[in-house]
Design a protein around this ligand. Structure first.
Ligand SMILES: *Cc1c(COP(=O)(O)O)cnc(C)c1O
Length: 231
């Protein structure tokens, strides 16, 4: 896409969401735009905030905490979307609203224990390694039901759904396949755990947003097409 200012880019991403939703008969407000701001300075987040962006996703903890401090006057919903070591869980438990990349019970237990009293439960998505890639994080589809059942018992977490980062396919049509698989896994989880608020499919990035929306995405995680290419 053309490289514009952050407000211009946000506008065109929002238009793409509307167009994609229209093409598959979904309401465009069913898809939340998560601005992925890793490696970007706080002033870039503020430029997006000033034109109405409220959800921001960060991958690196210390960098995220620094930006949260710089933007403490803003009403931002913070999403942690990167790999998390077990000795860093407290920072996520204390400073984020969402965690998309949960893949281990040990981390889940710590997040629940460390969530401060008086804060709403931490919203979590389980990350699924949908293509079974050695290089990718995430629980396997086979191990998902058992992990979900245990996470669902933790008092200070709210199990909201699933997240995945599928391998890029050549053809846009083929890109829908892994997203549809993830959507199918969420449907199965809803049957398994009917009491959980399972309403979230965190899927779709700059390169495959339309395929994800077509397949039922409720949160698209967009970095490059808002903030430009990362170094
Ligand atoms: C960086 C990142 C994104 C955004 O990717 P873009 O291709 O820049 O849109 C989304 N999700 C996760 C987990 C990421 O790490």
């Amino acid at each position: 896409m053309r490289k514009g200012s952050i407000p211009e880019n946000l506008n065109s991403v929002a238009e793409r969401i509307v167009t994609a939703c229209r093409s598959c008969d979904r309401q465009s407000d069913a898809v939340t735009l998560l601005a992925v701001s890793k490696t970007r300075p706080a002033q870039d987040l503020r430029a997006a905030y000033d034109v109405g962006q409220r959800h921001f996703g960060e991958n690196y903890l210390q960098e995220a905490l620094d930006k949260q401090e710089a933007l403490s006057d803003c009403d931002i919903t913070w999403h942690f979307i990167g790999p998390l070591q077990s000795n860093k869980t407290r920072d996520v438990a204390e400073h984020f609203h969402w965690m998309h990349s949960l893949e281990r019970l040990k981390i889940a237990r710590r997040l629940s224990e460390q969530r401060p009293e008086g804060m709403a439960p931490l919203n979590v998505c389980l990350q699924v390694n949908i293509d079974g890639e050695d290089s990718k994080s995430g629980v396997s589809p086979e191990a998902l039901p058992a992990l979900a059942a245990k996470v669902a018992t933790l008092p200070n977490l709210r199990l909201r759904g699933l997240m995945a980062i599928p391998a890029p396919r050549g053809a846009a049509e083929d890109q829908r396949t892994p997203f549809k698989q993830l959507a199918g896994l969420l449907e199965a989880l809803k049957d398994q755990l009917p009491d959980q608020p399972l309403d979230t499919l965190s899927m779709g990035m700059s390169g495959d947003m339309e395929a994800a929306i077509f397949s039922g995405s409720t949160i698209v995680r967009i970095g490059t097409d808002i903030f430009g290419a990362r170094k």
